[in-house]
Design a binder for this molecule. Structure first.
Ligand code: GDP
Length: 444
């Protein structure tokens, strides 16, 4: 998980100060010593660490804490505010051109994930922003890169504009923009060439592409796992060609988080998106405040809700609510629900977004056994349609048949039936709460 080490250390540090009714200068000093070490260990740029510690210390011994009724909580709020600020404060939106097409140039070193991210971005723009994107293959030095983009395009059913490897990248970009205008594509994503290292020739080529038509965005793709190297790359690209934002890839594998915490402060350019996996839907808008909240173990319920909204179909949700109300929830619905949750991603990642999750003993390093869910599905699939709709008819001989059919035991079947009954009871209670006399709304 991203930020794992930092998260753990910061949480144990703030835990000590949390309940304090009085926070002395010595307390703040001690805490900041630990915060400093935690940030350095997370591979955060040294100057950034120094500035951060200075800002938090000044505020923490200031009037806002001393006058507060809950000084410990107030200090934690300051840490959270400053972490959010460090990562850019507000979420930085894509700048769409009012006169389409919006032109987005993707730049970066080889292997950072530029081509993959181009595909992910096109996919996200189409899905979340309702745009009609055109991908452009402008890495003429590596035929494999063009092929890779074409394969991604095919997989996503998003068109890829390419003119092979014999035409200059500038010409390709020019023609692609013309093509987009004619065919009414409203976003053009240009996948430019990468190199292993920064060199002048590459920078010149990128500058020339820039010169055709000032792009609305120049996104630098960097690999979070390379830590401070990613920060240096960002600084060099920014100085050489000027970037408008950063996409940080492979955050799913970055346990330290140094790049995410330093890039904005060093380059003054915002992180716009983060890559959280290899799949085409694993690109997320970067929200500094939510990320700070997650680092400090306060959960990220907003992202969780957005994830659920993106995967759960509104019609279905309504239908389900109706079934809960009328007590008509069946095993078929149960399996549908399991599937919907699984679509949101690995269960461990979902649980980690819940506030306080990592404070529950034993759950911190939880490994959800996805096989267990396969087993539940197998049991339900071994039931007849009638049994799924009316589980109360499942007697001993039916249980035996279901266990055999699903390759499980009678105890497994019993457990599932009990869970299903418990769930129905809970739903009934929740429904009566939301529809009760006081008309209290359920809180998430
Ligand atoms: P390029 O040379 O910069 O175009 O890099 P590619 O797009 O070919 O990506 C290099 C490798 O990184 C591929 O194996 C990708 O699947 C992988 N990759 C890209 N983004 C992510 C990410 O966010 N998470 C993970 N785990 N892998 C990623």
């Amino acid at each position: 998980m991203a930020f794992e080490g930092l998260s753990e250390r910061l949480q144990s540090t703030i835990q000590k100060i949390k309940g304090k009714g009085k926070v002395t200068e010595a307390d703040v000093k001690q805490m900041m010593r630990e915060v400093r070490l935690a940030l350095i260990e997370a591979d955060v740029n040294l100057k950034v660490v120094k500035d951060f510690v200075k800002r938090v210390s000044e505020r923490a011994v200031g009037a806002e804490v001393m006058k507060s009724l809950t000084p410990g909580q107030q200090v934690i709020k300051i840490v959270k505010d400053e972490l959010t600020e460090l990562m850019g404060g507000e979420h930085s939106q894509i700048k769409f051109n009012p006169k389409p097409p919006t032109v987005i140039m993707m730049v970066g070193l080889q292997g950072a994930g530029k081509t993959t991210t181009s595909g992910k971005l096109a996919n996200l723009l189409r899905k979340k922003y309702n745009r009609k994107p055109l991908l452009v293959a402008a890495d003429v030095y590596r035929p494999a890169a063009i092929k890779q983009l074409e394969t991604l395009g095919k997989q996503l059913a998003i068109p890829v504009f390419s003119l092979g490897t014999d035409v200059s990248p500038v010409k390709i970009a020019e023609e692609a923009i013309e093509h987009a205008k004619k065919e009414h594509y409203d976003v053009v994503i240009i996948d430019t060439a990468g190199r292993l290292h920064i060199d002048e020739e590459l920078m010149d080529e990128l500058k020339n592409i820039r010169a055709i038509k000032e792009p609305d965005e120049v996104f630098l793709v960097v690999d979070a796992m390379t830590g401070q190297d990613a920060v240096n790359v960002a600084q060099s690209f920014n100085e050489a060609i000027g970037i408008t934002g950063v996409i940080l890839t492979k955050l799913d594998g970055d346990t330290r988080g140094g790049a995410a915490l330093s890039i904005r402060a060093v380059t003054e350019k915002p992180i716009k998106f983060v890559g959280m996996g290899e799949k085409m839907d694993a690109l997320e808008p970067f929200h500094p405040e939510r990320m700070a909240s997650r680092i400090l173990g306060m959960g990220d319920v907003l992202s969780l809700i957005e994830k659920a909204q993106a995967t759960v179909d509104a019609e279905k949700a309504k239908e389900l609510e109706e079934k809960f109300k009328t007590q008509n929830f069946t095993f078929d619905d149960f399996v549908d629900q399991l599937k919907a949750v699984r679509k949101m991603g690995p269960l461990e990642d979902i649980l980690k977004m819940l506030p306080g999750f990592n404070k529950i003993k034993g759950l911190n390093n939880i490994q959800i056994d996805e096989k267990q869910i396969d087993r539940l599905e197998a049991i339900v699939y071994s039931m007849t349609p009638e049994e799924r709709a009316h589980p109360e008819i499942i007697n001993a001989s039916r249980k035996k048949r279901i266990a055999k059919g699903s390759g499980t035991s009678i105890q497994d079947v019993n457990r599932l039936l009990k869970q299903f009954e418990d769930m129905k009871k809970m739903m009934k209670q929740m429904m009566s709460m939301t529809q009760g006399k006081g008309k209290k709304k359920m809180k998430i």
